[in-house]
Design a protein around this ligand. Structure first.
Ligand code: GLN
Length: 579
């Protein structure tokens, strides 16, 4: 029933993924953006909460003309279908064109109550769009009992699915073992589930998720779907085909090459949600993509930050020592985003260690804010420097609450989504991060925060050597720190991990991984990026600052109008049908 993932606890639900338009969504959307190299918007994530609130709002406005509003037919199920149809037409890439295929992932299990209206909506949808425009892939677990592959659960769910009026075109048999699906199992499923044997796919455990597309391709998924959905009619230009082939080749090279790597790179991830690694899904992906690039195997030391604190030394000395051993044994240290006070003292200790010992460091969002606090405490000697998030009436709040944000409402009230960062003049001569971003003066990353560096301390921090290399467009918000006399010490208020791609790793993460490998690797990658980097965002996304006009209307505007005069051009109106 949640409207979005923004108010969900990361340790329960995994990371909250942020989109360009500020949508706070399930982490699956991150997988889709990364795999398909597409840019999605908040409406690409449907939740029961979103659908119900839309229908209830319409009912309140009297739009159903006195009818009884119902779950199955037609109100909720129609709202779901309309939603899918509308969103399927939104361009997702540089071409700016309507997509040819829309993929819908329906979570949950066939037969559960939560997903029932969605399953029924899909049943109706196949008639709305016609048989040639609707293919269904059913994913089913095939348990492996000591080498024997069981087909009963698949038979049962396919049976239920049929009962609900849906026939699978493909059955993807998920095996949680490294053994592929046996031909005999495949035949059995084909026979009992009433599909041809070519329609049964095996998806066993492979060495990395990057092998999965190759595994599916080897079983003919592309040909099957091309025929089934009559994709021959889609006009694919020679250029698109060449691009696809080259992507396929690079994907294969990297995936296969990764198996044969000897050298490793080790990163200590010092956070507070380390019990559920999915809380740091995009961060891990960004590290992984960067490790691909430098041809090293990635090892992550997961460090629960509170284990680094003096208190743990007293209460659980072994944990304390293990945690510090993990930090000291890593080639680089990463402090990711987070909320609340717990564990922040431990993060500050890790940052101090990285700064003093010249260990490569990357701070993301909370990690960036803490790097500023660490500097204020230990270099400026403001010993009680802190964030007003941790101590609301702090005497020295180096990080403060952003004035325009709501203190009473938690949902969707942060500074969210794609925002520009402008590098300071002169940074072109020395800033590593800027070079890693290809040298451009302005970059775009996604944000999700309520607090920011207190402007009152900026001059003192800067004068003492903590360089604010990047700021927002007005120069008011501090967004990137970098230490010039350190091998790699970088912090970003943004979350660059949300825009990493397997073949186009996020620049700051690449910097950390390269620096944690060897200095020569960092130099090599910096030079390479300076020549070749291109941002993963479609051009139309990088047009202006997103301005929140009121609680429902958000427009992207240019700071300068097209004729060069000051003023604003409305470029894109987000999330308001009537606007
Ligand atoms: N809690 C901090 C803030 O709200 C940092 C947020 C984050 O790391 N995403 O500003």
């Amino acid at each position: 029933m949640n409207i979005d993932a923004g108010t969900m606890r990361p340790t329960e639900h995994g990371e909250v993924y942020v989109l360009n338009d500020g949508g706070e969504v399930d982490l699956d959307l991150g997988n889709y953006e990364r795999y398909l190299n597409v840019t999605l918007s908040r409406d690409n994530n449907i939740t029961t909460g979103k659908i119900y609130s839309q229908v209830i709002e319409k009912e309140r406005k009297g739009e159903y003309l006195g009818k009884t509003v119902q779950v199955i037919v037609p109100h909720i199920t129609n709202a779901i279908q309309d939603w899918i149809e509308r969103v399927s037409k939104i361009p997702v890439d540089e071409s700016g064109e309507e997509p040819d295929v829309c993929m819908v992932e329906l979570g949950g299990t066939v037969g559960d109550i939560e997903s029932a209206p969605f399953v029924e909506a899909m049943r109706q949808f196949q008639f709305r769009v016609g048989h040639d425009n609707f293919a269904l892939i059913h994913v089913s677990l095939v348990p492996d009992m000591h080498g024997e592959q069981k087909t009963k659960p698949t038979q049962t769910t396919v049976h239920s699915l049929r009962g609900l009026g849906l026939l699978p075109d493909l059955i993807a048999c998920r095996l949680l073992v490294p053994q592929p699906l046996n031909p005999a199992t495949k035949d059995k499923i084909s026979m009992f589930c009433h599909v041809a044997s070519e329609q049964v796919f095996g998806v066993h455990d492979v060495t990395s998720v990057y092998h999965v597309p190759l595994l599916l391709q080897s079983q003919g998924i592309v040909d099957f779907l091309r025929k089934r959905l009559k994709l021959e009619t889609v006009n694919i230009t020679k250029e698109m085909e060449d691009k696809g082939r080259s992507l396929g080749k690079r994907w294969k090279d990297i995936t296969m090459g990764y198996e044969r790597l000897f050298d490793t790179v080790t990163i200590a991830l010092v956070g507070k949600y380390t019990d559920l690694k999915d809380s740091y899904m995009s961060v891990t992906k960004a590290l992984e993509h960067s490790a691909f690039r430098v041809h090293r195997k990635l090892i992550v030391h997961w460090v629960e930050s509170s284990d680094l604190e003096a208190e743990t030394q007293e209460s659980a000395p072994a944990r304390y020592h293990d945690a510090w051993r993990a930090v000291v044994g890593a080639g680089g240290i990463l402090v990711p985003g987070g909320f609340g006070n717990r564990g922040t003292e431990g993060m500050l200790l890790a940052i101090k260690y990285a700064r003093e010992q010249k260990v490569p460091f990357l701070g993301i969002c909370l990690g960036f804010q803490l790097a500023v606090i660490e500097w204020a405490r230990n270099i400026l000697e403001i010993h009680d420097a802190t964030s007003s998030e941790f101590v609301p009436d702090a005497k020295h709040p180096v990080v403060i609450f952003m004035p325009e944000i709501s203190k009473t409402h938690m949902g969707g009230t942060m500074r969210l989504g794609l925002r520009p960062t402008v590098f300071e003049p002169g940074t072109e001569n020395w800033s590593r991060v800027r070079k890693l971003y290809g040298g451009a003066g302005k970059i775009w990353e996604r944000h999700r925060h309520r607090y920011e560096v207190n402007p009152e301390y900026v001059k003192r921090l800067n004068d003492s050597g903590l360089i604010f290399a990047g700021k927002d467009e007005k120069g008011e918000r501090m967004q990137i720190i970098e230490l010039p006399d350190h091998p790699f010490f970088v912090g970003l208020q943004a979350h660059p991990e949300f825009c990493t791609r397997p073949l186009n790793p996020s620049p700051p993460f690449l910097g950390l991984i390269a620096a944690a490998s060897e200095t020569s690797v960092l130099d090599e990658q910096t030079a390479f990026q300076a020549q070749t980097y291109h941002p993963p965002h479609p051009k139309h996304a990088m047009v202006g600052e997103a301005v929140l006009k009121n609680s429902t209307e958000e427009v992207f505007v240019n700071g300068v109008s097209k004729d060069g005069q000051n003023g604003v051009d409305v470029v894109q109106v987000v999330n308001r049908d009537e606007a």
